[in-house]
Design a protein around this ligand. Structure first.
Ligand SMILES: [Fe+2]
Ligand SMILES: [Fe+2]
Length: 247
């Protein structure tokens, strides 16, 4: 959502408390994606490999993500009642499914540390790319919430570096790392495109945009066009699962 239309959408979404609370609750939900168990398993496996420095890094990463969820929880509280975030907006869960249930396979011992950290890398990269637009929109109405998101983005930049270093270290070689990363990025692009459509639809259904009747009709039209565009492609789910299974 970094183009002019996306920027306008975000500005109108966070302009009023209900939309702002929704945006912040959505960020909180993204931070809470069921990663706790995965981090536990990562720490356990890395400790078993004798790499204490790396285990420390993963523990710090886990603590950061828990802290981020708490920061956003407080930001939502300041705005008002916490809105529910529907399961269809849990983008990390969606991406995991599009990657053939990667985290479940990892917990079962059928996927490696390099796979999980490449997944984390593309998630962190997306936050670093997209969330500054949220900061800009928030700055117009809520300086404190904007500063919260900005501080979290600083951590996410560090996490991209962690993720890259760990995924590379646990890959067979640099070529394997680069190939996996390119494949995950392609799948994530499709998951994210689909996710934007769902996000827009939920916002419109809940009437969270601070716009007049005419502009609301325009947004509904744009949302409909976007959905139509996506449905004309092959399902991103099937593409993701197939490309992983065949690798
Ligand atoms: Fe985070
Ligand atoms: Fe992160």
């Amino acid at each position: 959502m970094t183009d002019p239309i996306g920027r306008r959408f975000l500005e109108r979404l966070v302009a009023q408390p209900p939309g702002r609370a929704f945006m912040l609750a959505f960020l909180k939900a993204s931070e809470e994606a069921d990663e706790g168990k995965i981090f536990d398993t990562l720490v356990e496996r890395i400790e078993r490999s004798g790499d204490d420095e790396l285990a420390k890094l993963v523990r710090r990463h886990r603590a950061d993500e828990e802290r981020h969820a708490a920061i956003f929880a407080r930001a939502v509280e300041r705005v008002g009642a916490a809105p529910s975030i529907p399961a269809e907006l849990h983008v990390v869960t969606d991406l995991d499914a599009d990657l053939g249930g990667l985290t479940t396979r990892f917990l079962a011992g059928d996927a490696g540390i390099a796979d999980v950290y490449t997944l984390l890398q593309v998630i962190e990269e997306r936050a670093v790319r997209e969330w500054p637009a949220v900061v800009r929109a928030l700055r117009l109405v809520d300086a404190m919430a904007a500063a919260d998101v900005e501080a979290v983005i600083d951590d996410e930049r560090r996490h991209v570096k962690y993720a890259r270093a760990i995924a590379r270290r646990y890959s067979v070689d640099d070529r394997a790392y680069e190939q996996r990363l390119a494949s995950f990025r392609t799948i994530e692009e499709r998951t994210y495109a689909r996710h934007i459509q769902v996000f827009t639809r939920v916002v419109l259904e809940r009437d969270l945009l601070a716009v007049g009747a005419l502009e609301r009709v325009i947004w509904r039209g744009l949302s409909w066009l976007g959905r139509r565009g996506l449905s004309e492609e092959e399902s991103p789910c099937s593409i993701g699962s197939r490309s992983l299974r065949s690798s």
